[in-house]
Write a protein that binds this ligand. Sequence first.
Ligand SMILES: C[S@@+](CC[C@H](N)C(=O)[O-])C[C@H]1O[C@@H](n2cnc3c(N)ncnc32)[C@H](O)[C@@H]1O
Length: 313
Amino acid sequence: MPEFKHISVLLHEAVEALAIRPGGIYVDGTMGGGGHSSEIVRRLLTGRLIGIDKDDYAHMRARERLKDHLDKVTFVRDDFSNLIAVLDRLQIPEIDGLLLDLGVSSFQLDDAARGFSYAKEAPLDMRMDRSSSLTAEELVNTRSAEELADILFRFGEERHARRLAAAIVRRREQAPIRTTTELAELIASAMPGASRREAQHPARRTFQALRIAVNGELDILENALRDAVSRLSVGGRLAVITFHSLEDRIVKETFADLARGCTCPPDFPVCVCGNRPTVALTPKKPISPSEEEIAANPRSRSARLRVCERLPS
Ligand SMILES: C[S@@+](CC[C@H](N)C(=O)[O-])C[C@H]1O[C@@H](n2cnc3c(N)ncnc32)[C@H](O)[C@@H]1O
């Protein structure tokens, strides 16, 4: 297996945001290669870290990275959307913090065989969990033009979604589309001239959209955030790093909803709903990487960290 490196994004900021108590129980829901996990576990004395990832290769990497702290770590190969079931299985009623660093790691992106990158020839796979059945190849070759256009528009914000979906369907009528480069070239040639000359590769948004659809990334997010908050102890923190506006919007709106107290119309003289906020936003605005971090790791450019803290009920 090739040794690609993943540079953890907003490492210091995210771990500080968790305000770690040395005896607390923390969950890293997207453990990846264990970059954030290793900083969390270093701060624990009697506490425990539950490291979740659905990618088997991420577990290999994280075990190696965390090898000096294995007595404090429980590894779980699962989807973080199953948090409640995972905690129940481990008989953990409450946690003191949870981190989500969403998306894919560099070692997934850079490993051509995984099919995440338009720049590297590979089968169109894109599964984070390689035991799941749906691949990008299946999506591209079996979904209707309408469904494909919907995926490209919703998950890639691709304004030429219909045109590209039609081009995909025309091409696969001749032969199935099997590889990343085949798809990337097809997208590039189907783009109108101006979009072909953008600084970023014309297939970038299509690849993002397919990856999100294959892994169900956005569908699970809101419920997963609500589940996480429901298991936080009072004062416990939820920290989420996102990499594109679609994810960030879900985190922002879900946090705002949980932080909203009274939902009575503004002209009511007194509160009749009795609703109280579940969390406080800490801080109110998202945290972005510093210029130094962006210079050292350009992949961090679009990252946003949002944090909330559980309030007493
Ligand atoms: C950006 S990387 C995390 C990197 C990690 N924080 C580090 O510093 O090494 C995201 C990881 O989350 C995993 N992942 C993404 N969505 C997931 C989900 N719904 N459930 C479990 N793991 C997921 C991916 O497999 C990937 O390894």
